[in-house]
Design a protein around this ligand. Structure first.
Ligand SMILES: *[C@@H]1O[C@H](CO)[C@@H](O)[C@H](O)[C@H]1NC(C)=O
Ligand SMILES: *[C@@H]1O[C@H](CO)[C@@H](O)[C@H](O)[C@H]1NC(C)=O
Length: 242
């Protein structure tokens, strides 16, 4: 029994060391360019997943339900798949430890999401109802995440950073193409075609109005992975003088 525990213990240590694989350059807190490189590596790792850390791969990302309960329109997306997160890039990271603040700017060149939808209400004062399959393709999403961070010291004596809360802003710059089958439950084909055309033509305000719930759900998963991963990266491997 003792032997077995020792083997298990060694395996854990070896495992823990193997996970620290992506080499990070130590950065100064105010060196945004350096931190951006670090954040980029951590982002890619968090999306790719790390089986040893029980971190699931997030590209494709699967989301059971996205409830969108907005003024004037209610929608629910089920069985959603989102592809393309791994090609997103962290283009800026800023850190202010004293204020417990960390900012990330991420650009996603192409995101493809599809699944089932159910919608009822008005979009930009145009009535829209129905349920069926949907597909939405987005080009060049700019996402800013403002986070409040927490630093905690663990039993190993080292300090670790995590995201305590966050807010986001997202701006779609390159355009969106969407398709919803069975709008108006297939009963008014011409109206359905016109509404779909309207949505595609007015993608910018449509996205502004509808994107919130999708991003909340999506980012919740991403931040969860970030936090799980950051438990394996002590701050002394990220920052100088820590
Ligand atoms: C979502 O997928 C599950 C399992 O494949 C299926 O049972 C369910 O009907 C799907 N929901 C919708 C709204 O398509
Ligand atoms: C929307 O999807 C349906 C079913 O996949 C397809 O038949 C239709 O051509 C698509 N419409 C557009 C505008 O892409």
């Amino acid at each position: 029994m003792k032997g077995r525990i020792l083997v298990l213990f060694c395996a854990l240590i070896v495992g823990a060391q193997a996970i620290q694989a992506p080499k990070l350059t130590l950065c100064k807190e105010e060196d945004s360019a350096c931190l951006t490189k670090t954040a980029s590596i951590i982002y890619k790792t968090a999306i790719q997943g790390v089986p040893e850390l029980n971190l699931e791969n997030l590209d494709p990302m699967y989301i059971d339900k996205i409830p969108g309960d907005l003024t004037g329109i209610k929608y629910e997306l089920s069985n959603t798949t989102i592809k393309g997160s791994k090609s997103c890039d962290v283009v800026n990271m800023k850190l202010e430890l004293q204020k417990s603040k960390l900012w990330l700017d991420i650009i996603c060149p192409y995101l493809d999401m599809f699944g089932a939808y159910d919608v009822f209400g008005k979009i930009l004062s145009i009535p829209i109802t129905g349920n069926g399959d949907y597909r939405i393709e987005c080009k060049e999403y700019h996402i800013r995440i403002d986070t409040d961070t927490k630093i905690s010291q663990r039993k190993d004596g080292r300090k670790y950073i995590s995201f305590k809360s966050y807010q986001f802003n997202s701006d779609l710059k390159g355009g969106m193409v969407s398709n919803f089958t069975n709008l108006f439950n297939g009963k008014q084909k011409e109206l359905a075609d016109n509404v779909l055309k309207f949505v595609n033509k007015n993608w910018k305000p449509v996205v502004k109005e509808l994107q919130g719930p999708v991003f909340s759900t999506n980012l919740k998963k991403l931040i969860k992975n970030f936090n799980k991963y950051l438990k394996s990266v002590p701050l002394d491997q990220i920052l100088v003088d820590f």
